[in-house]
Design a protein around this ligand. Structure first.
Ligand SMILES: NC(=O)c1ccc[n+]([C@@H]2O[C@H](COP(=O)([O-])OP(=O)(O)OC[C@H]3O[C@@H](n4cnc5c(N)ncnc54)[C@H](O)[C@@H]3O)[C@@H](O)[C@H]2O)c1
Length: 274
């Protein structure tokens, strides 16, 4: 039996596509891949932001390309997969489905248009990325996928229903693909962080923006650069989960060890806070 990818390190000298590469965690992924000898297609719905990331990579002496792509649009992601190969003059070996948006608010105050917006980007964006790159990886004989979920995929924090649902979907998708694609030497990692200082609150539709942005900037236990490095290292070690911070790990353990107690604790804490 073939030993599947035991020695391959997908983050080294990668031919990578990163979605949402114009800011935050996506930009950090793109820069770290370049430092590891990779060529990177930086895609973003905001082309100018993607171009800025490309300039930063070029300053490091590495090769990168900016492509405008709305991950919620299947046709655009299909085109991105084709274009990436042409631009890099090499098949893509790693895709990072990172693009995402923030949405908060009480369940009954959230509109269906809000649900659709966040689902299109956070969930369908990742489905589209996997859909168009997996057949290419199978053809190549190997490949790697990093899907950016969130600790929200299991913490179930109140007033984040739609966001939590999309991230739980991304985690389930990644867990399933990890099992299904192992025999094709396609590695999968799913990133589940709590707070990381980025532009997600500024760019998102969330109540109490100022307060939340303050928390994100000042109370986070990590940086986007550290998260990107750790995730790429975890992928190289063929680990499915990256749960980067101590609070993310604690929530993960509590939820798994005592799920009913956790649900009551969460509900009672929320009731107390309101
Ligand atoms: N920052 C956090 O605290 C945190 C925590 C957990 C998970 N995440 C996840 O990390 C990922 C990256 O977010 P970030 O925190 O770096 O935020 P960010 O706002 O700094 O960066 C997100 C990038 O995605 C791009 N984008 C938005 N909609 C897009 C679309 N439809 N198509 C393509 N690109 C689009 C934006 O232009 C931006 O450049 C997201 O999936 C987010 O849900 C963030």
């Amino acid at each position: 039996m073939k030993l599947f990818g035991k020695k391959r390190k997908p983050s080294q000298k990668a031919f990578a596509v990163v979605t949402g590469a114009g800011s935050g965690i996506g930009r950090s992924f793109a820069l770290e891949l370049a430092k590891r000898g990779g060529t990177v297609v930086c895609s973003d719905i905001d082309l100018d932001a993607a171009k800025e990331t490309v300039s930063l990579i070029e300053n490091l002496g590495a090769k990168a390309f900016a492509v405008k792509c709305d991950v919620g649009n299947a046709k655009q992601v299909e085109k991105l997969a084709e274009q990436a190969e042409q631009l890099m003059q090499h098949p893509t070996t790693l895709v990072i489905n990172n693009a995402g948006v923030g949405l908060g608010g009480k369940f009954d105050e959230m509109t269906l248009a809000d649900w659709k917006w966040v689902a299109d980007v956070n969930l369908w964006g990742v489905v589209h990325g996997c859909h168009y790159f997996v057949p290419k990886f199978k053809q190549l004989g190997h490949g790697a996928i990093i899907n950016v979920a969130s600790a929200a995929s299991y913490t179930a924090a109140p007033e984040m229903t739609a966001y939590n649902v999309t991230k739980a979907g991304v985690r389930a998708l990644s867990e399933t693909l990890s099992a299904e694609l192992r025999k094709f030497d396609i590695k999968v990692n799913v990133l589940c962080p709590t707070l990381v200082p980025t532009n997600i609150i500024k760019n998102g539709k969330v109540p109490h923006k100022g307060l939340l942005d303050y928390a994100l900037t000042n109370l986070a236990f990590t940086t986007s650069d550290k998260v990107a490095k750790l995730t790429l290292d975890r992928l190289d070690k063929d680990q499915l989960y990256t749960i980067p911070q101590i609070d993310a790990k604690l929530f993960w353990l509590m939820k798994r060890a005592a799920p009913n107690l956790y649900a009551k604790f969460l509900g009672n804490s929320y009731r107390f806070m309101k």
